[in-house]
Design a protein around this ligand. Structure first.
Ligand code: PLP
Length: 399
């Protein structure tokens, strides 16, 4: 039948990114095929019965397993250093499946205040409907995390670096705090990807991905993933996905697994461009302040150097002035895409106060450090001078 292309753990990151999880069929294909099939055929009634009872491993139906999806799952698990990965229809489906798989009525979770807006909505509007309590803390305040943990706390949830201010927390320290208190650490690793940061290796229990962002990297498909161990991810979370149905389509899995093959070289280029842009902005007379982990002025620059292999593709900055000046910059750019998405080859620019953070009250927004003059840029793969020139047109438009 099919033959596993590489076996064993003794390969470097770049080799795993290109080859892990591939099972070459009898056709001898070089590139992974897309298995566009909803169900699978059994040789006999007895085999069908054995598959359904679980006595014989193998495919039954693509909501449960699909060979193309499996390649993506095995490849991402290998890159994150986890035993098991479950692919999902979106990043939010990955978070939902994690909640449904790990939580029960009466449980409590603690989350960083600086997480993706839809995640906050999921926690506040839907998870709480099932008798689960949620508290939010300041990402970088380890003391606040500790104080917030209760006997019924099931997991801590965070993103690092945070969006849009790029604050960073010590994952290893928080993992040991969580484990001391008998709870789990869940890290949404969307901004860093395993190229820059491997939370499981640092002690986290679960890694979440929106594959929509850098894993695809070219703005084509929506998808997500959960990575962790056999017990939590292979049983609890996989059980939710195969039963509840937010599975990844084989076509999207193929796009993402191809994305993984170029992930490191893309991330290296995103990081290089972002650092150059951050340094340029920091010197710019029209700029008040720049938030980027790669700047020596970043308050946690030392921690970032120890925890990440590079600084990431996202930065934010405050324009001198207010919302009017910030909007002028956005509107005068011609190359940059005005969109809240990130992790694309095409550079994107966002005004967080009126988009990603627009639903917050003014106080909540200022507490989160999202001022009216803040802009976020997710640096793509264009020529960095063209990105600078485009932003310069924006600054010129302020007058
Ligand atoms: C986009 C995003 C998500 C949600 O992912 P979708 O694929 O859009 O569902 C979750 N977390 C972070 C950090 C994101 O940027």
């Amino acid at each position: 039948m099919s033959e596993e292309v590489i076996k064993g753990p003794n390969f470097g990151f770049d080799t795993l990114a290109v080859r892990a999880g591939q099972h070459r069929s009898e056709e001898g294909e070089q590139s992974e095929p897309i298995f566009a099939t909803s169900s699978y055929v059994f040789k006999t009634a007895a085999q069908a019965a054995a598959r359904f009872s679980g006595d014989e491993p193998g495919n039954i139906y693509s909501r449960f397993t699909n060979p193309t999806v499996r390649v993506f799952e095995e490849r991402l698990a290998a890159l994150e250093g986890g035993d098991r990965c479950v692919a999902t229809a979106s990043g939010m489906a990955a978070i939902l499946a994690t909640c449904l798989g790990l939580l029960k009525s009466g449980d409590h979770i603690v989350a960083s205040r600086a997480i993706f807006g839809s995640t906050v909505m999921l926690f506040n509007n839907y998870i709480t409907k099932f008798g689960i309590d949620v508290n939010y803390v300041n990402l970088i305040d380890l003391n606040a995390w500790e104080q917030a943990i209760r006997p019924n706390t099931r997991f801590l949830f965070l993103e690092t670096p945070s969006n849009p201010l790029t604050e960073v927390v010590d994952i290893a320290a928080l993992a040991s705090l969580a484990h001391d208190k008998d709870c789990l650490l869940v890290v949404d690793n969307c901004f860093c990807t395993p190229v820059l940061q491997r939370p499981i290796v640092l002690g986290a229990d679960i890694v979440i991905h929106s594959a929509t962002k850098y894993l695809d990297g070219q703005g084509r498909c929506i998808g997500g993933a959960v990575v962790g161990d056999e017990e939590l991810v292979g049983k609890e979370i996989y059980g939710v996905v195969r039963t509840g149905g937010p599975s990844m389509s084989p076509f999207n899995a193929w796009v993402f697994l191809k994305g993984l093959e170029t992930l490191r070289i893309r991330m290296t280029a995103h990081c290089k461009g972002a650092l150059q842009l951050a340094q340029w902005l920091e010197q710019h007379p029209k700029v008040e302040k720049v938030y980027y982990p790669g700047l020596v002025s970043h308050p946690q620059h030392a921690l970032v150097q120890q925890q990440q292999t590079d600084y990431g593709g996202v930065l934010s900055f405050e324009v001198k002035g207010a919302k009017r000046e910030a909007w002028r910059v956005v509107d005068a750019t011609q190359l940059l895409s005005i969109t809240a998405n990130l992790g694309d080859t095409k550079t994107t620019i966002t005004h967080p106060a009126t988009t990603t953070h627009g639903r917050l009250t003014v106080t909540e927004r200022l507490d989160a450090g999202v001022k009216d003059n803040l802009l976020r840029v997710a640096v793509g793969l264009e020529d960095i001078n063209d990105i600078k020139n485009d932003l310069q047109q924006g600054f010129d438009a302020i007058g």
